[in-house]
Design a protein around this ligand. Structure first.
Ligand code: ATR
Length: 275
């Protein structure tokens, strides 16, 4: 019996339970994946309960991804660099934290839009927590350059500086949008601009993106943001955020079970839950 769950505040809206229940069912595994409404002051007790109730693993979401790290026995190198954990594996009471957001995103981008990222010029919009996970995972793909564009230029520069030994990473403010986007093979929006209910908003002027580029948005509500719609009109290949959500879950499922995650069934379950 495999006991799994997700801790967050709020948690009622989470699509993780429906997605992981579908994965368990697809593989014929006995178990349950439960939503756990954990407030910040209850996080330490909730992590103790992972051990005492013999959860095999949990996902951790907003607002606990950073705070949870101090309660774990071990944190994976990638998660430590990113500074956030979204997946915990319980090996007989020993808890290890991982971050599957970035690697899930990159797997989705490669599977669905851009199979080879090596040598590519990548523009990342935003320099917050989501950008950290994605930039870190992109470094392993050996792109030619990663340019981080952010409303607050200092944050983009700080992030670029932090990993400057690992890859050619540069930070820019909004005034450099035109120049950075014109040179990019792949453009990735990590900001929340364009998310429901503000579906008309775009994080950058889409006219700056060169025709034929790959344009990707982490947002999956709506499934196709205004940025992606505009980019499609410019003959760009577009990639929405649903695949990141599915693949961060798929990696977590693989860490817990040692099995290949049934990605298609997981994606279908999430899509059906929107209908
Ligand atoms: P997340 O974990 O989702 O990345 P975050 O750490 O709060 O959330 O980061 C949000 C990112 O989106 C930041 O880069 C933020 O820009 P600032 O650093 O200038 O705050 C960016 N962002 C959010 N709302 C934005 C808006 N309306 N216009 C432009 N950028 C925005």
């Amino acid at each position: 019996w495999l006991l799994l769950g997700v801790m967050g505040d709020p948690i009622a809206h989470s699509k993780s339970p429906v997605m992981h229940q579908a994965a368990l069912a697809e593989l014929g595994l006995q178990g349950a994946y439960v939503p756990l409404h954990i407030r910040p002051k209850g996080l330490a007790d909730a992590i103790s309960a992972v051990r005492s109730l013999h959860f095999r693993g949990v996902n951790v979401t907003i607002p606990h991804k950073v705070e949870v790290m101090k309660y774990l026995d071990e944190v994976d190198e990638g998660a430590a660099q990113i500074g956030a954990v979204n997946t915990i594996v319980n090996d007989n009471g020993r808890l290890k934290g991982y971050n599957t957001d970035g690697i899930g995103y990159v797997r989705s981008l490669k599977d669905e839009a851009c199979p080879d990222l090596s040598g590519k010029r990548i523009a990342v919009l935003g320099a917050g927590g989501a950008a950290r996970a994605i930039v870190y995972a992109l470094i392993a793909e050996q792109p030619a350059v990663i340019s981080i564009l952010n409303r607050t230029e200092a944050k983009a520069r700080e992030l670029a500086e932090e990993w400057s030994k690992l890859a050619d990473i540069r930070g820019f403010g909004e005034e450099a949008s035109c120049e950075v986007l014109a040179a990019a093979d792949v453009v990735i929006n990590t900001t929340s601009v364009g998310m429901h209910p503000n579906i008309g908003d775009v994080p950058v002027n889409p006219d700056f993106i060169r025709e034929g580029a790959v344009v990707s948005d982490l947002i999956y509500n709506p499934l196709k943001t205004s940025l992606l719609r505009e980019s499609e009109r410019r003959q760009c290949t577009v990639h929405g955020g649903l695949g990141m959500f599915v693949n961060q879950g798929a990696y977590a499922f693989e860490f817990w079970t040692g099995l290949d995650a049934p990605v298609t069934a997981m994606r279908e379950a999430v899509l059906n839950s929107f209908r």
